[in-house]
Structure formats: C-alpha cells, structure tokens
Design a protein around this ligand. Structure first.
Ligand SMILES: [Zn+2]
Length: 146
C-alpha cells in the first residue's frame, strides 16, 4: 500500500513550504504566531444594529454587540460580534463570530491546500535562529590570584 507513504510525503512537503514561508516573515509576525497577539481594546463592547454587525438577523434578534481589538505588535484587527442572551436574569454575550483584518505580509501565501500554520514549526524556527546567533563573549579576566 502506498497511501500512508503518500500522506506522510504530503505532510513533509507542507512542513517544508510552511518553514520557508515562516522564514520570510517579519519577526513581529513570528512573535505573534508564537506567543499570540498583544490585544488592546480599540472599541469596547457596544450595541449595533444587525446591518452594522454584518450578519444575517436571527429570529428575535435585532440588536447585537460588537467589540474591536487590535494587536499592539502586528496590528491585526479583530472585530467580534455577539448576541445578547439573558439567562435567569443575567446578561450574557454569546459569540456569533469574529473577522480578522491582517496587515500586509502577515498571512502566508501559496501554501499547498490544507497546510495550516504549525506552532511546533514556529517554535522550532525561533529556537534554530537562537542557536545560529553568535554568543556574547564574557569579558576575559586578566587578574590572576597571587
Ligand atoms: Zn499580533
């Protein structure tokens, strides 16, 4: 049977394509892929009409809540949409989706279909680069014990 071998080969090809793509990314973008985004709220939770939230209205819902956050490192913007749900008198915001607006160059283009970013490869890239970096030499001591 050749199917498992072919599957492994495509995984390896995907890793190679991903590693090459990651290698060309801005270091800030690699940082966000490694330790996640540094989110800061740009527009706090606020009521919006259905047409402002960009979703199809659901039965019984005409008002939604939106929040906009932005990464302070890479400047990715995330627009979050919520419906207001009341349960036993408590207000709850039920997530109904989010859209991302990435800066140019953040997203990896031209990857084989089905290949997604891999945290293992991102960490490996950072580790490899640290090994390649020349080490700072400690100042040599000139005095000798008498
Ligand atoms: Zn970021």
């Amino acid at each position: 049977m050749t199917a498992p071998r072919r599957k492994l080969a495509s995984v390896l090809d995907g890793d190679a394509a991903l590693r090459v793509g990651l290698d060309h990314l801005d270091p800030d973008y690699i940082g966000c892929r490694d330790t996640r985004h540094w989110w800061e709220t740009m527009e706090d939770y606020h009521l919006v009409d259905t047409d402002q939230v960009g979703i199809q209205p659901r039965q019984g819902h005409s008002k939604y809540v939106r929040r906009v956050i932005e990464c302070q490192r890479c400047h990715t913007r995330r627009v979050e949409a919520y419906s207001i749900v009341e349960r036993q008198g408590w207000t709850m915001l039920h997530s109904i989706g989010a859209t991302y607006d990435y800066p140019d160059g953040y997203q990896l283009k031209g990857l084989p279909s089905g290949v997604r970013s891999s945290a293992e490869l991102v960490r490996g890239l950072i580790f490899d680069r640290m090994q390649e970096r020349p080490r700072k030499r400690a100042p040599r001591k000139t005095s000798r014990p008498a």
